[in-house]
Design a protein around this ligand. Sequence first.
Ligand SMILES: *Cc1c(COP(=O)(O)O)cnc(C)c1O
Length: 383
Amino acid sequence: MHTSYIELSKSAMRNNVSYVRSRLPEGTTLSAVCKGNAYGHGIEQVVEMAEAAGIRHFSVFSSSEARRVQQSIRHKSTIMIIGYIANEELSWAIENNIEFYVFEMDRLLAAIETAKAAGKKAIIHIEVETGMNRTGFEENVLPLLFDLLRENKEYLQLQGLCTHFAGAESVANYLRVEQQIAKYHVLYDRFCNEGLQPKLRHTACSAAAINFPETTFDMVRVGIMLYGFWPNEETYIYQLRQQEHKGKDPLKRLIRWKSHIMNTKKVKMGEFIGYGTSYQAPRDMHIATIPVGYAYGFARSLSNLGRVLVRGRRMHVIGVVNMNLAIIDINELPDIQKGEEVVMVGKQGRQEVTVASFSEMSSQLNYELLTRLPLDIPRKIVK
Ligand SMILES: *Cc1c(COP(=O)(O)O)cnc(C)c1O
């Protein structure tokens, strides 16, 4: 027995893939971003569900994630590393047709050398700096980059020209994103004029793909929306206001995180519950413990704030969240028994604990809460 379990809905994945596709121009490749252990959902399960939904392109951050995707794919899907790969691992990547970003000279030179030694082309995506100021080739090195790309055509396949936007989910960044788009166009033209036409142009994450349709180009790299979440509240409101949705969320969450009641107890009015004095029983109370704490991704900041579902009803977390367990107030349903199902995230009956509400309370982003779900919670694909 584990202390908690994650269920992942295959039909929700299919729904989200088809919704995202409906927002893309015909022929745009949809790359499923599964960095951060597929936003905490589990790479193996997500790859299986995504391929079943027709996805044939996966983006990961690192080479270790790329290996996990590689072991999970059942089709001829493409794997692209958008972040870290050590030079020593380039030969593995090249041998296995794993594509990777190149945003600095050292990796480029290593890729050329490795490809020479392997007698096989490295399939690369050149990332250019357009204003995010994170990774990407700066303009002043472009002449050198062009020379290297031309001189080593035998060893390099220029698969993509890419960039990433600095906050396409918020209108506050509108100007900056627009400037990035303009810059990207200029840079793309420069590559083409140098005789270096990349096969794919790709710039958009979830927020850019739906808020700035002109950024979808040949491929989009979509993460959070495939898992059924909006990039942020602002994008959700903006999109939902559009008539076509009639106020109904077109995305469906994949994840349900559940546990069970570990123990129940009665506590007298005036007693403190749990460590210290953060919660004092305001009346005689029935309480229950659940075997999830901050070591399992149930944030400590949910102390006295979190909500979980039991029998389809919302129950409050009381006292501080411990390393391995949390305490809830079950006064409303005092006959709750050991072993009954508790839902920390997702639906139970007609109620739902959304990651959004959850993360607002623990002042984490969707992204952060999800990716903190530990690797060793068992994950199961359900209908
Ligand atoms: C994380 C990431 C994405 C996907 O972002 P979402 O908001 O989850 O869609 C796309 N591109 C890059 C470079 C990223 O790092």
